[in-house]
Design a binder for this molecule. Sequence first.
Ligand SMILES: NC(=O)C1=CN([C@@H]2O[C@H](COP(=O)(O)OP(=O)(O)OC[C@H]3O[C@@H](n4cnc5c(N)ncnc54)[C@H](OP(=O)(O)O)[C@@H]3O)[C@@H](O)[C@H]2O)[C@@H](O)CC1
Ligand SMILES: Nc1ncnc2c1ncn2[C@@H]1O[C@H](COP(=O)(O)OP(=O)(O)OP(=O)(O)O)[C@@H](O)[C@H]1O
Ligand SMILES: [Mg+2]
Length: 369
Amino acid sequence: MLVRHGVISTLGQLTSHSPSSSTVIRRQQFLVRTLCGSRTYLPKLTRAMSSTSEADAESVLRTVTPSLDPKRHKGQAGKIAVIGGCREYTGAPYFAAISALKIGADLSHVFCTKDAAPVIKSYSPELIVHPVLEESYTISQFSEEEKRKVQDKVIGEVDKWMERFDCLVIGPGLGRDPFLLECASKIMLLAKKFNVPFVVDGDGLFLVTNSIDLVNSYPLAVLTPNVNEYKRLVQRVLNCEVDEENAEDQLRSLAKQIGGVTILRKGKSDLISNGEIVKSVSIYGSPRRCGGQGDILSGGVAVFLSWAQQLKSDPESPSESPVILGCIAASGLLRKAASLAFTKHKRSTLTSDIIECLGESLEEICPAS
Ligand SMILES: NC(=O)C1=CN([C@@H]2O[C@H](COP(=O)(O)OP(=O)(O)OC[C@H]3O[C@@H](n4cnc5c(N)ncnc54)[C@H](OP(=O)(O)O)[C@@H]3O)[C@@H](O)[C@H]2O)[C@@H](O)CC1
Ligand SMILES: Nc1ncnc2c1ncn2[C@@H]1O[C@H](COP(=O)(O)OP(=O)(O)OP(=O)(O)O)[C@@H](O)[C@H]1O
Ligand SMILES: [Mg+2]
C-alpha cells in the first residue's frame, strides 16, 4: 500500500513538470513497473529471473535489447548523460559515455569541467561535451553570492537538457572538489524532480555515502559500488563491517535501508539487490583488473535500464523491475566483453580493448539482423 502511495505521489510531481504527454506516459509506466515489478514474472523471463540467485544474463540481454527497426528515429535507442570529468580524471567519463554508444545508445553527453572538456572531446567526436562544471580553484576569489550565481548557472545548463535524457551516470571521474560535489547533488535533485533514472558511481558514491538522503527511497537510483565504495556504504548506512559470509542478506538489508534503491555490488561475482530480491551475475570475465572497467559498467547500466524501460507493457513484456534488468544485462555484457578482450590481448588487455569487444559480444547474444 505504501508503495502504491509512492507511485501516486511521484506521478503527481511528474505531471506538474513534464510538458510532453508521451514522455509523461512513458515515465509513468516505467515508475509503476519499477515500483511494482518484482512480483509477477512472465513466461519469457521465468528462467532468467527464477528464485535461484544466479541470473540468466544472456536471456535478459535478449529480452531488453531492442531490434533495429528502420521506423525508429534518432534518440529512441537512448539518450545518456554522464556527469563527471575534472582536471584529474578525463578517462572515466569518456569510458562510461563511449560504452553507452558502443552498446547501442543514440546520443551520449558528458557534463564536465572546462579543463576536462577539450581533452574528452579530443578522444572522440561522437560525444556531446558540455564544459559547464566548475571546481573551487576557478572561483576561489568569488564572494558567497557570486559562488551561488555560478552554481545556479551550472544547474541551469543541465536543466535545459534534463528532460531529454533517459538516464544519467553521476560520478565517473567527478573528483572530490566540494563545489563540484555540491553541484552534483543539485543535479541529483533535478533528476529526481523529472523522474529521470540515474546511476551513481565513482566519486558520486563518495557524495551519496556522506549524504544518503540524496538517493534514499528514489526507486530509479542505481548505486554501483566497487569493493572500497561498498565498504564505505556499509559502514555508514548499516554501521557495521562487510560480512562476506552473509553477503546476499547484507546487500538486501543495505538496499532496503536506503529505501529500496538498487545496488550493484561489483566483484568476483556482481551482486544486485533492490532490497527485495538478490541476483548474481558470475559468468566468466577477465583476470585483468585494469582501471576503467567499472566505468564501462555504469554506462552499460544506463543504456540497458533505458531499453528495459521502453519494453511495451503488453502481456509479453517482463514485469520485473527495469532497473534490475538493466543491471543484470550490463553486468553480463561487460563480463562477456572482458573475457573476449582477454582472449585477444591477454596481459596487455586495457579498458579500451574491452570497449571494442562490447559490440561483438552483444552481437553473439542478439544479432542485429
Ligand atoms: N582513467 C580514469 O580516468 C579512471 C578514473 N577513475 C576515477 O577515479 C576516481 C576514484 O575511483 P577509484 O576506483 O580509483 O577509487 P577507490 O575505489 O577509492 O580506489 C582507490 C584505491 O583503492 C584500492 N583498491 C581498489 N580496489 C581494491 C580492492 N579490490 N581491494 C583492496 N583495495 C582496493 C587501491 O589502492 P592501493 O591498492 O593502491 O592501495 C585503489 O587505487 C573516480 O572518479 C573514478 O571514476 C576510475 O574509474 C579508473 C579510471
Ligand atoms: N575479482 C574479480 N573477478 C572478476 N571480475 C571482477 C572482479 N572484480 C571486478 N570484476 C568485474 O569488473 C567490473 C568492474 O568492477 P571494479 O571493481 O573493477 O570496478 P571499479 O573499481 O569501480 O572500476 P573503475 O576502475 O572503473 O573505477 C565488475 O562489474 C565485475 O564484473
Ligand atoms: Mg569505479
